[in-house]
Ligand binder design. Structure first.
Ligand code: SF4
Length: 388
């Protein structure tokens, strides 16, 4: 592609454009320049170069169901509107049978994945989680189980008095397919101590994901932005993810599939006084994620957190994935505490949003194999692009 085809109004981005066209990794200063720039359309054009180099017009979604097995949590992170203390109004914990029945119902409705996360329940034994996985595996053998954030894994290792390696091995043997990306927030000790003290720090988060990759368990990664972090801290977050991905691609049998920047929603949290990120910050962050993370295949605009309209727009700002049908999502309600947890998007609507954005909808499974429901026998093909 010619330089002049990527129009920029901000001369400070010219060096970034050269690197993007040369498929060179961006540096810290490039990330800061992108965040400081007001050339939103130029940033989007640059992000699209990377997106289209990797995926063309393909835009991925999946048929999934989220299950939040408990909202009881030993911690009280300031940004969280999800947790309850045991006995508090609205606190719940699902029996294993209920989780398994929900997963079977999802499979029967066409889901290929269940996404299971919850609070750090102080009294549930490690067997609860193993029984949950074994129960789903027995009742719905083809369903991919993506479950438990890094902080839940560290919590299990404390509960079970086992190492992270032992915990992940036991979970994998019971049916765990991959790890979601939650709990990453912002990899910075200052931010950590200010808004999620008590949660594991970045080194433990990376330790869990590195161990998962070494055991052949793929994972995702998130970034919760728009609260007390600076733009430099956001750039450092991306660079930290890129470093582990480089190590995993070179060393381990598994790696990160996808990065999901999550827009902080203040309503209902202890940080409700903060304004939260604007639409421009959302678009910029999604595009900059695409540009900085050249060695991670997929950048997701998660419609629940970014909103449906902005997620659709983001398909032309570097994103190639919209997540899925979801059905129930307790963690965040865009309307604050009064919002509903029933947050379902039908497949037809996902495909319509993608087509209207000028992209090609592709159903995928959790590990980004393409699913062709019109094909009689073998229904999946691998679509992982070559990465830097
Ligand atoms: S963010 Fe997670 S660990 Fe923190 S309070 Fe909420 S549920 Fe608990």
């Amino acid at each position: 592609m010619q330089l002049e085809m990527i129009k920029l109004t901000d001369p400070a981005l010219a060096a970034v454009r050269e690197k993007v066209l040369g498929a060179e990794p961006l540096a810290y200063d490039d990330g800061v320049a992108l965040y400081r720039s007001r050339d939103l359309h130029g940033i989007g054009r640059l992000a699209n170069v990377v997106r289209e180099r990797l995926h063309g017009d393909k835009t991925f979604y999946n048929r999934n169901r989220h299950i939040n097995y408990t909202n009881v949590c030993a911690l009280s992170c300031k940004f969280c509107s999800f947790y309850r203390k045991r006995g508090e109004e609205g606190a719940y914990e699902m029996p294993v049978e209920q989780v398994v029945a929900t997963a079977v119902k999802a499979r029967d409705a066409g889901a290929t994945e269940v996404h299971i996360v919850g609070g750090l329940h102080p009294w549930l034994k490690f067997d609860y989680y193993l029984d949950m996985l074994r129960g789903i595996r027995a009742a719905a053998p083809d369903l991919h189980i993506k479950a438990f954030t890094a902080i839940e894994i560290v919590h299990f290792s404390r509960v079970a008095r086992m190492s992270v390696t032992e915990v992940l091995t036991a979970l994998r043997d019971a049916g765990l397919g991959s790890l979601p990306g939650g709990g990453a927030e912002i990899f910075d000790d200052r931010v950590h101590d200010e808004v999620f003290k008590g949660k594991v720090r970045a080194d433990r988060w990376f330790d869990v994901h590195r161990t998962a990759h070494s055991l052949g368990i793929y994972s995702n990664a998130t970034m919760l932005y728009g609260h007390v972090e600076t733009l430099k801290e956001r750039v450092n977050h991306f660079l930290a993810l890129r470093r582990l991905q480089a190590e995993s691609l070179a060393t381990w049998p598994a790696s990160f599939n996808c990065v999901i920047p999550l827009s902080f929603i203040p309503e209902g949290s202890e940080l409700g006084n903060l304004p939260g990120p604007t639409g421009l910050t959302d678009l910029k962050t999604l595009a900059i994620a695409r540009l900085m993370l050249d060695n991670i295949a997929h950048i997701k605009a998660f419609w629940i957190m970014q909103g449906v309209g902005l997620s659709q727009l983001a398909l032309n700002w570097g994103c190639d994935d919209l997540d899925g049908t979801v059905v129930w999502y307790d963690i965040t309600k865009r309307e604050g505490g009064g919002g509903t947890t029933h947050q379902e998007m039908h497949e037809g609507e996902l495909r319509r949003l993608i087509r209207e954005a000028g992209r090609t909808p592709v159903e995928r499974d959790t590990l980004y194999h393409e699913i062709r429901r019109d094909m009689p026998a073998s229904s999946t093909t691998t679509v992982q692009p070559a990465l830097a």
